[in-house]
Design a protein around this ligand. Structure first.
Ligand SMILES: NC(=O)c1ccc[n+]([C@@H]2O[C@H](COP(=O)([O-])OP(=O)(O)OC[C@H]3O[C@@H](n4cnc5c(N)ncnc54)[C@H](O)[C@@H]3O)[C@@H](O)[C@H]2O)c1
Ligand SMILES: N[C@H](CO)Cc1c[nH]c[nH+]1
Ligand SMILES: [Zn+2]
Length: 448
């Protein structure tokens, strides 16, 4: 990639080891303490101690706005939808329809396993009761993230939703009107004008009512926080994990493209740039076995970068240490590298993309074939765009309906069913030197 800080070549007949591939892949590696942890910890402490007043101070400092009302009034939500451009409304509704269909199809079924007439166990999927949804709003406006958060939560049956988004710099003290309109379209009425780590803290700790700070009613703490955001948001979620549940680390956007000599360089360039425009820390990575593609990419990439609106952000992202090209000897090595990188988004532009997709086991979402660009998934494919970043796709999933569900187990035994296993319980309880456990079963047979 022209100007990219890191362009690695690992051709040759000897297969590189996993460690060599990982070292050659571009990624922003921060040592503990190099990131924003200290700054974010201070924000979390202030919000826990001083509530809404601290939130307002951080909004003023980082967003340049001190909202008159932290809780967005119902009238502002109604007005935003009434004034929404009809074309944007139609596009949002089309995205909502597809996202709803996909989210509904994912609902897991309760399952009961019987061990005879008088003994069974059940897994019952129960929605988290109250969730906090983060919708970013710093460098860009993300009404699409309202849909991606709210739709699976509603499909799961979540009954209480608090949505937060930074106040826009338009003097209104409110999040961007398209975000408010999307919330109203989806029937979400509890919306707050706050962003960054301070908003994540407010959701996790809750806020006491403070009319002087524009909060006439308390914000009740949530049990789960989902949604994407920049490094401050992702770090706050990581630090509060445990006190609340979080979906995954959904930080600055990443795209990896796995391509061979059949790839169209114009498409590859456009897709790398599309995700680089999110954030100077966004990552765009090409993994290929084709030197010809790397050469052919240079001209369209330079041309498209020069022509795009957010050139400065895109150049910073493409030339950062998190972006670059990895040239390898063959497609097998490219697949191995993609699985080691575990991208948030992985596009496959090869002669047989389905065959390659079958071999991908680590990615937030896989975009199969050159007519499935990431920006389709960002808005209108039906899939979810809140996806794990920074290699967390090795173990984490993107937002989906089950993110908002708990697998609650039920144990239903009667006297006869218990009698069948009572001896085993006694034996195992004694083996663990926990005899009262065994006694709790024996008391039932002795009193029967
Ligand atoms: N992984 C995903 O699923 C996914 C999806 C969509 C967007 N994204 C990412 O979300 C991010 C959106 O970022 P954004 O900045 O536009 O919006 P954002 O809402 O995430 O961040 C804006 C907030 O950051 C805080 N902030 C800014 N500078 C700060 C500082 N110096 N110290 C402390 N806090 C500070 C402010 O409070 C501000 O409200 C991008 O990185 C984008 O790539 C990720
Ligand atoms: N690509 C982002 C996910 O990382 C999502 C998004 C929203 N709007 C545009 N793109
Ligand atoms: Zn995007």
């Amino acid at each position: 990639m022209r100007g990219a800080a890191k362009s690695s070549t690992l051709p040759g007949s000897a297969a590189p080891s996993d460690a060599e591939l990982l070292a050659a892949l571009p990624r922003l590696h921060r040592a503990p303490g190099d990131g924003p942890e200290a700054a974010v910890c201070a924000i979390l402490d202030q919000v826990r101690g001083r509530g809404a007043a601290a939130v307002q101070e951080f909004s003023e400092r980082f967003d340049g706005v001190r909202p008159a009302r932290l809780r967005v009034p119902a009238a502002a939500l109604v007005a935003a939808l009434e004034e929404l451009d009809p074309a944007i409304r139609a596009a949002l509704e089309a995205s909502i329809d597809r996202a709803r269909a996909f989210a509904a199809d994912q609902l897991p079924q309760d399952v009961t396993t019987s061990f005879g007439a008088d003994a069974s166990v059940t897994v019952r999927w129960v929605p988290v009761q109250r969730v906090g949804l983060y919708v970013p709003g710093g460098l860009a406006v993300y009404p699409s993230s309202v849909i991606m958060n709210v739709v699976p939560a509603q499909a799961a049956g979540v009954s209480s939703v608090a949505l937060v988004s930074p106040p826009a710099r338009d003097g209104s003290g409110l999040p961007h009107p398209t975000i408010l309109a999307a919330a109203q379209l989806l029937g979400v009425s509890e919306v707050y004008a706050m962003g960054g780590a301070q908003a994540i803290a407010a959701l996790a700790y809750g806020l006491e009512a403070d009319p002087e700070q524009g909060l006439p009613e308390a914000l009740a703490p949530v049990s789960l926080i989902t949604g994407p955001g920049n490094k401050f948001v992702a770090t706050a979620k990581g630090l509060l994990k445990g006190l609340v549940g979080i979906d995954a680390e959904a930080g600055p956007t990443e795209i990896a493209i796995l391509a061979d000599s059949t790839a169209n360089p114009e498409f590859v360039a456009a897709d790398l740039i599309s995700q680089a425009e999110h954030d100077p820390e966004a990552a765009s990575v090409l993994i290929t076995d084709s030197e010809a593609l790397v050469s052919a990419l240079q001209e369209p990439l330079a041309r498209q970068v020069a022509a795009t609106k957010h050139t400065e952000r895109v150049v910073t992202s493409l030339t950062g240490e998190q972006s670059g090209v990895l040239l390898v000897a063959d497609l097998d090595t490219a697949v191995r590298a993609a699985n080691l990188y575990a991208a948030e988004h992985l596009e496959i532009h090869t002669a047989d993309p389905d065959a390659v997709a079958e071999r991908i086991v680590n990615a937030g979402a896989v975009f199969v074939g050159e007519y499935s660009p990431v920006s389709l998934g960002d808005y209108s494919a039906g899939s979810n765009h809140v996806l794990p970043t920074l290699g967390t796709a090795l173990h984490a999933s993107g937002l989906h309906t089950a993110t908002f569900l708990k697998a609650q187990q039920e144990i239903r035994y009667g006297r006869a069913g218990l009698a069948q296993v009572a001896g085993h319980v006694r034996t195992l309880a004694d083996a663990e030197d926990l005899p009262a456990h065994g006694d709790a079963v024996d008391v039932r047979s002795s009193l029967a």
